[in-house]
Design a protein around this ligand. Sequence first.
Ligand SMILES: [Zn+2]
Length: 72
Amino acid sequence: MNNLEVVCPTCKKKFSYYSSSFRPFCTHQCRLLDLGQWLSESYAVPQVKLTEEEQLTLEQITNEKSSQHEES
Ligand SMILES: [Zn+2]
């Protein structure tokens, strides 16, 4: 039986590798978050195509992240 447990690089949560469509990330959001971190470090245009929905989610995530940064 395939039940490989891996740790999501973004949220560090364990998840079943084969249950995720977004591996190596556990969720779509974690995948986008990782991309968001990458984007915030370099303002280069990503070499991937994002759907409109993904861009909106990414904006939400990066907004959340920047407000967290202000607090700490
Ligand atoms: Zn995750």
